[in-house]
Design a protein around this ligand. Sequence first.
Ligand SMILES: NC(=O)c1ccc[n+]([C@@H]2O[C@H](COP(=O)([O-])OP(=O)(O)OC[C@H]3O[C@@H](n4cnc5c(N)ncnc54)[C@H](OP(=O)(O)O)[C@@H]3O)[C@@H](O)[C@H]2O)c1
Length: 216
Amino acid sequence: MRIGILGSGGMADALGGQWVRHGHEVVVGGRDTGRAAALAGRIGASAGTLAQAAAFGEVVLVAVPHDAVPSVLAEVLRADSAALRGRVVVDCTNPVVPPGFTLATPGRSVAAGIAEQAAGARVVKGFNLCHVDVWRMTPPVFGGRPLSVPLCGDDADAVETVAALVRDLGCHPVNGGGLDRAGLLEATAAFVIGLWFAGEDAQAILTPLEFAGQPG
Ligand SMILES: NC(=O)c1ccc[n+]([C@@H]2O[C@H](COP(=O)([O-])OP(=O)(O)OC[C@H]3O[C@@H](n4cnc5c(N)ncnc54)[C@H](OP(=O)(O)O)[C@@H]3O)[C@@H](O)[C@H]2O)c1
């Protein structure tokens, strides 16, 4: 698969590196092409501008801070207004504001904003619930169970494409519903990160399925 990554930081490094190892062609795009080239060299990818990475990817991972997303997309769409049309756009951002760990724009998910700004993009929210170091693990397995990764998106084919990328990491994709539920995924991250920063074991707050109050 051809994967373009917008951003050349930790998430680009972790996920891009995994996908290169699984045989995907990856182009890392950064506002600083030197930094993008350094990362690409480390993980065996190619590098370019943000617009070049978007143009390359059948799948485009948005891996910049949530508040940089509108300007990054604007730059990509300035180069080619149809750059993201039909593309699978993966949003891993966390619009979480410390120190209170609240949402930056309650009631409006970053993922919905991407879908609105990049008309025709097939947006999938995912990879936002775990720390970057988890995405470097091969594979992330905890207590003998592979990590489950919820995905939210409206386009079933796009969600399945991202599910395949989740399986490449040795993880188990979970259908989290449509893009209207992406805000819940973002809120879950805010809540859980708040617990982690308070030193609490967030994983322990949920019961096994058989205690969920309804048949599984
Ligand atoms: N780190 C985690 O544990 C984690 C986990 C899950 C989700 N996420 C989410 O994943 C996204 C990326 O996180 P990260 O850890 O990879 O961050 P990071 O290491 O700080 O990297 C951020 C990248 O975004 C670029 N960037 C920042 N502002 C920009 C702007 N205005 N225009 C263009 N590019 C800009 C940076 O470019 P420069 O290198 O030029 O500064 C850098 O390449 C964030 O939304 C974060 O919430 C992070």
